[in-house]
Design a binder for this molecule. Structure first.
Ligand SMILES: Cc1ncc(COP(=O)(O)O)c(C=O)c1O
Length: 369
């Protein structure tokens, strides 16, 4: 066993988070029951330079609200990356629409713009992309394809707070950007999410949908449309707010951890590290690599060997197009390769350079190089 558990993910909590949470517990009731929610939404609007923000119980619900507000329904198709946590796809299927899964770019693991273009049909209504593991998607061609074909763009920016493409923050390009404050993300509140948009009409719909369609138009508690209870609680918001006020330092920490890995692994035979492509600033939420000459069995054996040393690294996502709950099947060879041979490295915020040294030595021993 190593000296301690080296965790895959986990936050950096300071006195600020404790102070804000205590303030929310003590004072976040009565007239100020949503004080921290409002402050968080204002902080996100400022940070991302967006007109509207709505904090949600988690990012999955922010994604669902985006799909629902766009009016997606049965018969519509949404072009979606095949490589993500399944929340990305279920946000689409909740509306009855069909995700059309396309392949990813081998260097960033983000949706391939060429694959998006090839997948467009008469039924296509939107593009759902993911800034995968904090690396920005190639937004110029994607936005061009969307404009040319009249498609909406939803950015699943769950892990990408602070990442940038050509200097512009992820989550700010499309009709909607959705971020997660899950405990394994860069800025955390336990469970939590936030949606941003610049479109006043869409946002009005989002607000109605997120609060049970309540309008009070004909009576107190009157609801004018079927909606959901999706909004964030104040205590979670107090944590997210404190973290957002420290976002630059949290991103810098993740980038430092990645740099330690890069120094040790970039010239390792049989290893391809995912690094920033031109014009991209990654937050390196989950530093990741591909084993170029290995098998799935070898990858799994390496992960097991690390686990026995109390090091938690993660296999890459299985392609969502293989799930029994998502019946359409697609061939996406790059995503297949990453599924079989991809690894995300331990990068909790409490990791030290010594820990990274330990992980890299164990990893290269297990790889046999
Ligand atoms: C790419 C992606 N999309 C969506 C989500 C869902 O976020 P949440 O857990 O906040 O609902 C996650 C969470 O891990 C994610 O990684």
């Amino acid at each position: 066993m190593s000296r301690k558990k080296i965790a895959f993910a986990g936050p950096w909590i300071t006195q600020k988070e404790k102070d804000y949470a205590l303030d929310a517990v003590e004072n976040g009731w009565y007239e100020t029951y949503d004080k921290h929610v409002k402050l968080l939404e204002a902080e996100i609007r400022r940070y991302l330079d967006k007109k509207f923000a709505l904090a949600t119980h988690c990012c999955t619900l922010a994604l669902h609200l985006s799909c629902a507000a766009l009016g997606l329904e049965r018969g519509d198709e949404v072009i979606c990356t095949d490589f993500s946590w399944v929340a990305t796809a279920y946000a689409i299927t909740y509306t009855g629409a069909t995700p059309v899964f396309v392949d990813i770019d081998p260097d960033s693991w983000c949706i391939s713009p060429e694959a998006v273009r090839r997948a467009i049909t008469q039924k296509t209504k939107a593009i759902m992309l993911v800034h995968c593991f904090g690396h920005p998607c190639d937004m110029d061609p994607i936005m061009e394809i969307a404009r040319e074909n009249g498609l909406a763009v939803i950015e699943d920016a769950a892990p990408s707070m602070g990442a940038r493409y050509k200097g512009k923050k992820t989550g700010t390009f499309g009709d909607f950007g959705c971020f997660s404050f899950h405990g394994a993300k860069i800025t955390v509140s336990g469970e939590g999410g936030i949606l941003v948009t610049d479109d006043a009409k869409l946002f009005e719909r989002v607000q109605l949908l997120a609060s049970m369609g309540r309008t009070d138009s004909r009576a107190v508690f009157w609801s004018d449309m079927e909606g959901y209870q999706y909004t964030m609680g104040n205590i979670a918001a107090s944590l997210a707010l404190a973290q957002m006020e420290r976002v630059d330092e949290l991103v810098a920490k993740k980038r430092e951890i990645f740099h330690w890995y890069k120094q040790r692994l970039e010239n390792t035979p049989g290893v391809k590290l995912i690094t920033e492509k031109e014009h991209c600033f990654s937050n390196y939420c989950y530093p990741s690599l591909l084993l170029t000459n290995s098998t799935r069995a070898k990858r799994d054996a390496i992960l097991l060997g690390l686990k026995e040393l109390n090091v938690h690294c993660r296999p890459a996502f299985p392609r969502m197009s293989r799930f029994p709950s998502l019946p359409m099947r697609y061939e996406n060879p790059v995503a297949k390769q990453v599924e079989e041979r991809g690894i995300s490295l331990a990068s909790a915020a409490n990791i030290t350079e010594e820990d990274v040294e330990f992980v890299c030595r164990a990893f290269t021993d297990l790889l046999g190089v």
